[in-house]
Design a protein. Structure first.
Length: 240
């Protein structure tokens, strides 16, 4: 990356470093996930002010330094999401969303649709804190998997193609399985099945509600498929 890099980014994480610096994990529109150091960012009179907090949407200028880390030389705020910062539930949901993006998309390959999805999710949590619910968190993860090219097979048995008697879900097989193939699967009940189909098809803000038992099964399906097909372990959303 020669010369300074102008990026639009969301701050996924901000880690204290040394005396007064911060190391930032950024998810950018054009360069996927980048790490950069903001020197002096923790000094009270830092030129960065409070513009490099997690979940902020910024325009940043990055320079190549002597190390692998890029250096932040300028920042403008695009969206601060002030309401999101006032509630423990929305902060937690935002942190989990950023964590999932960082784990599933950890290279500099650009995925502008992932950036948009994350920007939408953060804006949604800010505009409507009631969205900090499990169904929304699971729908966000499903859409992330879709962006990673991992689409759970939901229309027919992932092993034999049978369209009826779908009664289980197998992360290894990549989707739902019928009752003659379910040896390596766990039971996926109708409510959970409809949640997965509904959450994939609906906008994030309208992720369908489902009973806790169905959400637990849906979470297991999403977690298993991320593990088998992206080799990524997602942080649990629901207590076991
Ligand atoms: Zn089958």
């Amino acid at each position: 990356m020669p010369g300074p890099l102008k990026v639009q980014a969301i701050v996924l994480r901000s880690i204290r470093y040394g005396e007064a610096d911060r190391i930032l994990h950024l998810y950018t529109v054009t360069h996927g996930r980048l790490s950069a150091i903001a020197k002096g960012a923790r000094r009270s009179r830092s030129r960065f002010g409070a513009r490099l907090e997690p979940f902020m949407h910024v325009r940043a200028l990055l320079h190549e330094g002597r190390s692998d880390l890029l250096t932040v030389t300028g920042v403008d705020t695009v969206a601060v999401h002030p309401v999101l910062r006032e509630h423990a539930a929305t902060l937690d949901a935002a942190a989990r969303a950023c964590d999932a993006v960082g784990r599933l998309f950890e290279t500099t390959d650009p995925h502008p649709e992932v950036f948009r999805l994350l920007a939408n999710e953060l804006a949604l949590l800010n505009d409507d804190p009631a969205q900090a619910r499990t169904a929304n968190g699971l729908a966000f993860r499903l859409k992330l998997l879709l962006a990673a090219g991992i689409v759970p097979q939901l229309a027919a048995c992932a092993l034999c193609g049978e369209a009826d008697h779908l009664s289980g879900f197998s992360g290894a097989a990549g989707g739902v399985v019928c009752n003659s193939c379910e040896a390596a699967a766990f039971a996926l009940e109708e409510d959970a099945y409809h949640f997965l189909v509904g959450a994939l098809g609906a906008p994030l803000a309208r992720a369908p509600e489902a009973p806790p038992r169905a959400l637990r099964q849906a979470e297991r399906a999403i977690t298993d498929i991320a593990e088998y097909h992206a080799h990524v372990r997602l942080r649990p959303l629901l207590a076991a």
